[in-house]
Write a protein that binds this ligand. Structure first.
Ligand code: ADP
Ligand code: MG
Length: 575
C-alpha cells in the first residue's frame, strides 16, 4: 500500500489543501456545541435577546464555513483519488504491455483484468476515505474529549464506560470482516475467469450443448462471491444498529447523570446539551476510524495484487547496449536452439539448427504439436531461448532492441486476430502511414481484394469485435495483408494458408513470390502443395529437426516427410 501511495505525489498541493480544509471543518464542528451552550446558558437564561442574535449569527457563520470547507474538500479529494486511480491504471497497463508471454501465463489474463480494474478501484476508494478521515477522526475524537472534559469533568466519566464498549464492538467486527474481504477479491478473480472462458468459448459450449454445465459453473462462482459479500455486509450492517444503541444509551446516561448535576446546581442545561453533542462526535469519529479499518485490509490485499504486477520484471528485456540493426540483412540462423515452456517436462524444441536466407522460401513442416509455432514465436522474442542462439543478419536477436527486431518482421500468427475498426485500419496495423494504394496492393497480393470489394463499403467496411463478421479464411487473408503492407525483411507465415482453398493458396503464393523478392520468407504449413516448391524444407518431429532440404531430396531421405506426403497424396489427387 505504502509503495503505491507514491503515485499520489503529483497531487501533493491538492492533498495539502484537503488537509487544511478538513482541519477547518473539524474546528467548526467542534465549536458549534459550545456556541449553542452559550446561547442556552447566557442568552436564554438571562433573557438577553441581543446576545442570542449575535451568537446565533456567529453560529450560522461557523456552520456555513464548515459546510463550505466540507464541500470543497470533498470535491478535491474526489479529484485526487480519481486522478490517482487513473495514473495507477495507466502505469499497470503500460507495464503489462512490456510483459513477455511468460508473465501472461503466470498471472493469467482474467486476473490481470481484475487487477487493473477492480483492485485499483479498491485502493482508490481507500485513498478517498483516508483523505477525509485521517485528519477528521482523530481531531474530532481528541478535540471532543477535551471540550467535554472542559465542560464537565465528572460527567465525562460516562465515556469511561461507553468508549471501551464501542471499541470492543468495532474490533470484533473488523477481525471477523478482514478474512472475508481477502477472500472476496479471489472470488472476483474466479468469477472473471469463468465469464471470460464462457464468453470466448461460447460457440464450442453451444455446439456441445454444454450451456447448462457452463451456467452451473457460473452460478457456483457467482453464488460463492455473493455469499461472502452477504456475510461481510451482515457484519457491517450489524455494526450500525449496535453502535447506534451504544450511542443512545450513552445519551441516556448523560441525561440521567446530567439532570442530577443540574438539579444540584453544578451543571447548566446548555452545558449538558453541548456535552451530548460532543459524545456523539467522539463516537462517530470512532465509527469513521472503524470504516477505515474495514476498508484497509481489502485495499491492502488489492495493493499487493497490483504490486505483484508492477514488480514482475518482464522476462524479456532489451540489452543494455543494443546493437543497431540498421545495416544487417534478413538472414536468419538458428544455432542449436533449445526451448522449454515453463513447467513443461520435455523441451518443446531441442537442438534446432538451420538457416533461412534472403531471397529464399524456407518451409517448416511437421505433425501437429511438433513445435512449429513455438519455433516461429521465438523469432520476434515472444519467448527467449533456453539454450543456443538465434541470429538475424549475424546479430544475436537478444542484442537488438525488441522494437527494431519486430519492425523487421512481418508476422502472420496461427490464430488470425483482427481488431475493431475498418478493414483498412486493420491492414494499416502493419504500417501506420501506409497509403491507400499500398493498402490495396497488400490486399491484392493477399487475395483479399475480391471479397473486400464485394463488401458494401469496401476497405471502409467495419470489422466487428473479434472479427466475427468475416470468415476464418478471410480473416487469414486480412492478417496476411497486414504483414505484407509492412514490407519487412522477414516474413513469417504460421499456418496462414490452411484455411484457403488450393487455388487461392497457389495464387497467393505466386503473388508473394514477386512481393517478397529479396526477403527471407518462413512458411509454416502442413499441406504439401504449399511447401513443395520451397527452397528449403525443415521437417520437425517432437521438437527436433529430422529433415532439411528440398522436396525431392526429402522424399528420398526423410521418413517423417514421406509419411506426411503420402498421407496427403490421395487428398491432393482429388483436388
Ligand atoms: P505446432 O505449431 O507444431 O502444432 P506448437 O509449437 O504449438 O506445435 O506446440 C509444441 C508443443 O509445445 C506442444 O506439445 C504443446 O503442447 C506445447 N506448448 C505449446 N504452447 C505452449 C504453452 N504456452 N505452454 C506450454 N506448452 C505449450
Ligand atoms: Mg502451430
Amino acid at each position: 500500500m505504502a509503495r503505491l501511495l507514491r503515485y499520489i505525489k503529483p497531487f501533493a498541493p491538492m492533498v495539502a489543501a484537503v488537509i487544511i480544509l478538513v482541519f477547518l471543518q473539524s474546528l467548526a464542528d467542534l465549536n458549534l456545541p459550545t456556541l449553542m451552550a452559550d446561547i442556552v446558558n447566557e442568552g436564554i437564561a438571562a433573557g438577553d435577546s441581543n446576545f442570542i442574535w449575535r451568537t446565533g449569527a456567529i453560529m450560522l457563520t461557523v456552520a456555513l464555513g464548515g459546510a463550505a470547507c466540507a464541500v470543497v474538500s470533498g470535491y478535491l479529494s474526489a479529484r485526487i483519488s480519481a486522478g490517482f486511480g487513473r495514473d495507477l491504471r495507466s502505469r499497470v497497463f503500460a507495464h503489462v504491455e512490456s510483459f513477455s508471454l511468460h508473465e501472461f501465463d503466470r498471472i493469467g489474463t482474467a486476473s490481470l483484468i481484475t487487477r487493473t480494474t477492480n483492485d485499483i478501484t479498491q485502493i482508490q476508494m481507500v485513498v478517498l476515505v483516508m483523505l477525509r478521515m485521517v485528519v477528521m477522526a482523530p481531531m474530532m475524537c481528541v478535540g471532543g474529549i477535551v471540550m467535554a472534559v472542559i465542560r464537565n469533568g465528572r460527567l465525562s466519566l460516562v465515556f469511561a464506560g461507553a468508549l471501551p464498549v464501542l471499541s470492543v464492538i468495532i474490533a470484533a467486527a473488523i477481525t471477523r470482516g478482514i478474512p472475508l474481504f481477502d477472500a472476496m477479491q479471489k472470488k472476483i478473480d474466479r468469477l472473471n475467469l469463468v465469464v471470460r472462458e464462457s464468453l470466448t468459448g461460447f460457440l464450442v459450449i453451444r455446439a456441445f450443448n454444454r450451456s447448462d454445465s457452463e451456467a452451473a459453473r457460473f452460478d457456483e462462482a457467482n453464488r460463492d462471491l455473493t455469499n461472502t459479500a452477504i456475510r461481510v455486509n451482515r457484519i457491517l450492517a450489524g455494526l450500525m444498529p449496535v453502535t447506534m444503541l451504544v450511542m443512545n444509551l450513552t445519551t441516556i446516561a448523560i441525561i440521567w447523570a446530567g439532570s442530577r448535576f443540574v438539579d444540584a446546581g453544578s451543571l447548566q442545561v446548555g452545558d449538558m446539551m453541548a456535552f451530548i453533542q460532543y459524545a456523539m462526535q467522539i463516537m462517530w469519529s470512532l465509527v469513521m476510524v472503524s470504516s477505515i479499518f474495514v476498508m484497509l485490509p481489502r485495499a491492502s490485499a488489492s495493493a499487493n495484487r497490483v504490486n505483484e504486477v508492477l514488480n514482475s520484471v518482464p522476462g524479456i528485456m532489451d540489452a543494455d547496449n543494443p546493437e543497431t540493426a540498421g545495416t544487417v540483412n534478413g538472414r536468419l540462423e538458428f544455432r542449436d536452439v533449445t526451448f522449454r515452456y515453463p513447467g513443461a517436462e520435455e523441451p518443446a524444441l531441442n537442438g534446432i539448427s538451420f538457416e533461412a536466407n534472403p531471397g529464399e522460401v524456407t518451409a517448416i513442416t511437421g505433425k501437429t504439436g511438433s513445435g512449429k509455432s513455438t519455433l516461429v514465436n521465438l523469432i520476434p522474442r515472444f519467448y527467449d531461448v533456453d539454450d543456443g542462439d538465434i541470429l538475424l543478419g549475424g546479430v544475436d536477436i537478444r542484442r537488438m532492441k525488441q522494437e527494431d527486431l519486430r519492425a523487421r518482421i512481418g508476422m502472420v500468427p496461427q490464430k488470425a486476430v483482427l481488431f475493431t475498426g475498418t478493414i483498412a485500419d486493420n491492414i494499416r496495423f502493419g504500417k501506420e502511414d501506409a497509403s491507400d494504394g499500398e493498402v490495396r496492393r497488400a490486399a491484392e497480393i493477399a487475395q483479399a481484394v475480391e471479397f473486400v470489394d464485394e463488401m458494401e463499403d469496401g476497405f471502409d467496411s467495419a470489422i466487428a469485435r473479434g472479427g466475427t463478421n468475416v470468415s476464418g479464411g478471410q480473416k487469414q487473408r486480412l492478417s496476411i495483408a497486414r504483414a505484407l503492407v509492412r514490407r519487412p525483411d522477414i516474413y513469417v507465415f504460421d499456418d496462414s494458408f490452411s484455411a484457403l482453398d488450393f487455388k487461392t493458396d497457389s495464387r497467393l503464393r505466386a503473388g508473394l513470390k514477386a512481393e517478397t523478392r529479396g526477403a527471407t520468407v518462413l512458411i509454416v504449413a502442413q499441406r504439401v502443395s504449399t511447401i513443395a516448391d520451397a527452397d528449403r524444407i525443415i521437417v520437425l518431429d517432437e521438437g527436433r529437426v529430422v529433415g532439411n532440404g528440398r522436396h525431392k531430396d526429402l522424399m528420398r531421405t526423410c521418413d517423417v516427410y514421406r509419411q506426411i506426403v503420402s498421407s496427403q497424396l490421395s487428398e491432393e489427387e482429388i483436388a
